[in-house]
Design a protein around this ligand. Structure first.
Ligand SMILES: *[C@@H]1O[C@H](CO)[C@@H](O)[C@H](O)[C@H]1NC(C)=O
Ligand SMILES: *[C@@H]1O[C@H](CO)[C@@H](O)[C@H](O)[C@H]1NC(C)=O
Length: 392
């Protein structure tokens, strides 16, 4: 009887221990030397190494408090599912170091969570960004890089004042960004919110982005991308491209931008390609249920995108754009040119659909305008401004 009871007790204890372990192994940076108001570069690196090497699910915790941190590279693959929970306020160094601040590389089943902030201290570096004047930009650090990350979730965190792009997604598959906040001043150069390239199955949902450049930008090789219920502004809007500048670019296909609100942005939803470009494909891109509040050019396809005269604008773009729809896009345009579809003379756009467009302009330049060049869109539903004035 006594023996039976103790066997039962011991098995129950083992079961409880097993459940606790199965839930998670906690790795608190304070156990690896982190202290509030101090530099935690080494502490976080060591905590990550321990968590990543431990079998089963593990969780790295950065508790509340302010910390300084230099560049960290958090490398996988890890032995099991891994979460990094940031509750604290992380502050980058004022002087730029390398091309990234925090990077996650080759991790499967990663969760980055917490109410914490990644403060890139961009103010100290924006003056050094001379991209506007020359084609050689300074390689300033990106706040958070995700390189070759799969089946992962990034939620609740804030990225503030990055020196360059806030978040860069490269070579990733099945990654969801949820309730992410990105903030930088309207005047900060090249501070794109989330840039995606060569990645598949990336979802950006319920997030707030206000910055000095594109809120979301999709580079070559972006496939099956969803941007849903995102608010954008200030910034340059939600952009596909620019495409065609480099040889060997991969196609862009399967993009859905749904239920977003853009406020005071320079452009709204935009597809841009370089003239005098390398050949490429951008197809199956759909924009739906979007509200524009005082947006510069709310709807724009620009195949003569050539900022700072870096290209021969008279040679047509070789990026073929097809299967694009703009549906139920409403609100106000800041400029007269509310809808601009400037397609390539070399490879005109195909299968462009516009349905229920209602964009008002209340300025003094004249009536709201609609331009179509090298494109014959299918038009249905409400059209304000009135459909295409075809200029060829
Ligand atoms: C995508 O990643 C999520 C989060 O890890 C996971 O739950 C889901 O099963 C993955 N989907 C596929 C198709 O692998
Ligand atoms: C166009 O896009 C729709 C919606 O994503 C997709 O179902 C369809 O297959 C595409 N058509 C072509 C010809 O690519």
């Amino acid at each position: 009887m006594g023996l039976k009871l103790s066997i039962v007790t011991i098995s129950m204890l083992l079961l409880v221990k097993f459940i606790v372990n199965a839930e998670c192994n906690i790795f608190d940076v304070r156990n690896y030397g982190a202290k509030a108001n101090a530099d935690i570069t080494q502490a976080l690196t060591n905590t990550w190494k321990a968590a990543c090497a431990s079998a089963g699910p593990s969780k790295v915790v950065i508790p509340g408090g302010k910390y300084r941190m230099g560049a960290v590279k958090l490398l996988g693959p890890c032995k099991g599912r891994i979460e990094v929970q940031v509750q604290g306020y992380l502050q980058a160094s004022g002087s730029p170091t390398g091309d990234s601040w925090v990077s996650f590389v080759h991790v499967d089943l990663l969760t980055l969570s917490g109410s914490g902030t990644f403060d890139g201290q961009g103010k100290t570096a924006w003056g050094q960004n001379d991209c506007v004047k020359s084609k050689y930009c300074n390689k300033l650090p990106i706040n958070i890089r995700f390189d070759f990350i799969t089946n992962s979730v990034i939620r609740d965190i804030t990225s503030l004042d990055s020196k360059q792009f806030h978040i860069n997604v490269l070579g990733c598959k099945n990654v969801t960004f949820q309730h992410v906040t990105i903030t930088a001043p309207e005047t900060s150069p090249n501070t794109d919110g989330i840039h995606i390239g060569r990645s598949t199955g990336i979802h950006i949902i319920n997030s707030n982005i206000g910055t000095g450049d594109d809120c979301v930008s999709l580079g070559d090789g972006s496939r099956d991308i969803t941007v849903e219920k995102v608010t954008c502004g200030p910034g340059h809007g939600i952009s596909i491209g620019s495409l065609g500048k480099y040889p060997g670019e991969e196609p862009v296909s399967g993009v859905k931008v749904i239920g977003c609100t853009l406020t005071n942005t320079m452009t709204g939803v935009r597809i841009k390609t370089w003239p005098d470009s390398h050949a490429g494909i951008a197809t199956d891109m759909h924009f739906e249920d979007i509200i524009m509040n005082n947006v510069g050019n709310p709807i724009i396809i620009d195949q003569v995108y050539c900022p700072w005269n870096q290209c021969k604008a008279q040679i047509p773009s070789k990026i073929k754009i097809s299967n694009v729809s703009f549906k139920n896009i409403r609100g106000t345009s800041k400029y007269r040119e509310a809808v601009k579809l400037i397609c390539s003379r070399g490879v005109p756009c195909e299968k462009v659909q516009l349905q229920d467009i209602d964009l008002a302009y209340s300025g003094k330049e004249g009536p709201v305008e609609y331009h179509c060049i090298n494109v014959r869109p299918t038009i249905s539903g409400k059209q304000n401004p009135p459909a295409c004035t075809v200029k060829a």
